[in-house]
Design a protein around this ligand. Structure first.
Ligand code: ATP
Length: 331
């Protein structure tokens, strides 16, 4: 089965083509800014501008025509509505024009299934840390359940917010990782509430320290050490609670080597296995939407087949992962 997956939840529009387990193409285009954060309407404008060219590139890379594809899948949510709308309209247009079924994929589910696809993890505790999302998730009782999460801003966005406050531009995560290598630890707040974490106060605290003249390298280092340690603590407790023995790091922040190192250390200490989604696939991409799309199609979940169903398919900007049914997972 060949699936064409379209990702467009935030800053990246991606088109991936998958033939069951074989990736035929992976094309992406990211909206970036030199200074300041993501402006949703501008990100959507970017996606609108590049979508057709991206599709041509993806088809060329796969050496296919849309006619050869069996299924179109798109990220239905959660995400920024203006970005989601561009992907949805494009997916619907292709499904209707070429008479193909359409799968509405939960973006987080795409990340989770992609993490398993690329690693040997079978039933892990997922440490999902992207821009907007920071959640510790595991599959229990026929659903992906959230065991802990960021109460306000996700860690990726928190790092970006800090970056904006100290003039690093967007996305700030990779720049913070580099600067942290030259920094030393200074004490900043550590905020774990039950199984949840809270980053916004820490970011404000760090920006205030920067304004008082504290070196940006020291702040980068301390922000990373503290934020990552908070998540590792919650992950360890989720492993203990669920009795699982695998942890899988996914989402854009998984690109951070210090984070991977800290997760490895914790897992080694308790005899669990740590996995990280390969760097190339840790951020948003169309392949993840194709992977989940095929699983959904085979199990019949959230598939739009008739012209009327496809016409009515809509985005779901607040679709939580624990609201997804997972009939393709059998235990
Ligand atoms: P979501 O998927 O939640 O809608 P998103 O699309 O912004 O959000 P991703 O593309 O998965 O998420 O990840 C982007 C985030 O990852 C950004 O916040 C970016 O700063 C962060 N990031 C990327 N590389 C690194 C790194 N090396 N260290 C820390 N953070 C990083």
């Amino acid at each position: 089965m060949i699936c064409l997956g379209i990702e467009s939840t935030a800053h990246t529009i991606g088109i991936g083509i998958l033939d069951n387990k074989k990736i035929l193409s992976d094309q992406r285009s990211m909206y970036t800014t030199e200074k300041g954060g993501i402006i949703p309407s501008e990100a959507a404008l970017h996606h609108k501008k590049v979508k057709k060219e991206l599709l041509s590139k993806a088809l060329e890379e796969a050496k296919l025509n849309v006619k050869d594809v069996d299924l179109i899948s798109f990220s239905q949510g959660p995400g920024l509505s203006p970005s989601l709308l561009i992907g949805k309209e494009f997916a619907k247009y292709l499904a209707l024009k070429y008479n193909k079924p359409l799968a509405g994929v939960n973006h987080l589910c795409g990340h989770l299934e992609e993490g398993k696809f690329f690693t040997k993890a079978k039933d892990p505790v997922f440490v999902f840390v992207s821009g907007a999302n920071t959640q510790i998730i595991a599959h229990e009782g026929n659903k992906y359940r959230v065991f802990g999460e960021a109460l306000s801003v996700g860690l990726g966005n928190a790092l970006d917010k800090f970056g904006r406050g100290v003039g690093l531009g967007f996305p700030a995560g990779p720049k913070i990782e580099q600067l942290a290598k030259k920094g030393k630890y200074i004490e900043i707040p550590y905020v774990v509430k039950g199984m949840d974490v809270e980053f916004s106060g820490i970011v404000t605290h760090c920006i205030n320290l920067y304004k008082k003249g504290v070196a940006v390298e020291d702040l980068c280092y301390s922000l990373q050490e503290t934020g990552f340690a908070m998540l590792i603590e919650v992950t360890e407790r989720a492993l203990a609670h669920t009795g699982k023995n695998e942890a899988l790091l996914i989402g854009g922040v998984a690109a951070n080597q210090r984070f991977v190192e800290m997760l490895n250390t914790m897992c080694n200490d308790r005899g669990a296995k740590a996995y990280a989604c390969p760097l190339k696939y840790s951020g948003d991409n169309g392949v993840q939407i194709a992977i989940a799309g095929i699983m959904q199609y085979k199990s019949g979940y959230n598939i739009f087949k008739t012209k009327q169903q496809i016409g009515n398919a809509d985005i779901n900007p607040n679709w939580r992962i624990d609201g997804v049914e997972t009939p393709w997972i059998r235990k």
